[in-house]
Design a protein around this ligand. Structure first.
Ligand SMILES: Cc1cc2nc3c(=O)[nH]c(=O)nc-3n(C[C@H](O)[C@H](O)[C@H](O)COP(=O)(O)O)c2cc1C
Length: 168
């Protein structure tokens, strides 16, 4: 599949089947995450793989939507700012690195026929509690991982002319 097709095929899946995610597919997705680039190759992130079976109530505390815990797996990417590169003006790149990791996860999942949805509007304290995250490990974004039970919707995006500026 051409990369642009893959990108356009991905969408925010907000309904999931209960079908299991094959271990080989999960392994491939995690390998794609491992190979994500990070600033100075510091790799300041952790990926948490959560089996939703028996944990639906706890997961609802993190993010209320029913579909969040419908899939068999939920993944969380955490950043570790103290392990990350900082620019000379002090800007820490941990969240940038972790976001790239999640994007690798999401695009790898799409290429394997699996659905995902970026979830940033979660309850941070609940996430820290449920995952027993140590100090310094910051939950950045979650996604369910499973087979979609909904369909790709038409995408609305700004025109390139609005988004791209050329500096000659
Ligand atoms: C950083 C980030 C956080 C997001 N958080 C949420 C969220 O908390 N809940 C949700 O339903 N969708 C969330 N989304 C999904 C966006 O709403 C969605 O990607 C956007 O509307 C474009 O739709 P598409 O993903 O179907 O192309 C998030 C997306 C990103 C990139």
């Amino acid at each position: 599949m051409e990369f642009i097709e893959l990108v356009k095929k991905r969408y925010s899946v907000r309904a999931y089947k209960n079908d299991p995610v094959e271990d080989e597919k999960l392994d491939k997705i995690l390998e794609a995450a491992r190979f994500a680039p990070t600033a100075v190759n510091y790799q300041p992130f952790q990926i948490w793989v959560i089996k939703t079976d028996g944990k639906k109530e706890e997961l609802k505390g993190i993010y209320q939507a029913e579909w969040f815990s419908e899939a068999p797996l939920v993944l969380c990417v955490c950043s570790i700012p103290e392990n990350a590169w900082s620019r000379r003006d002090g800007k820490n790149y941990a969240d940038v690195d972790a976001a790239i990791v999640m994007d690798h996860i999401i695009l790898a999942a799409t290429s394997l026929g699996l659905g995902t949805c970026w979830v940033g509007a979660f309850d941070v304290e609940e996430a820290r509690k449920v995952l027993s995250l140590p100090e310094g490990v910051e939950p950045l974004v979650f996604t369910p991982l499973g087979y979609a039970a909904d369909d790709l919707r038409p995408k609305s995006r700004k025109e390139l002319s609005e988004l791209v500026k050329y500096h000659d």
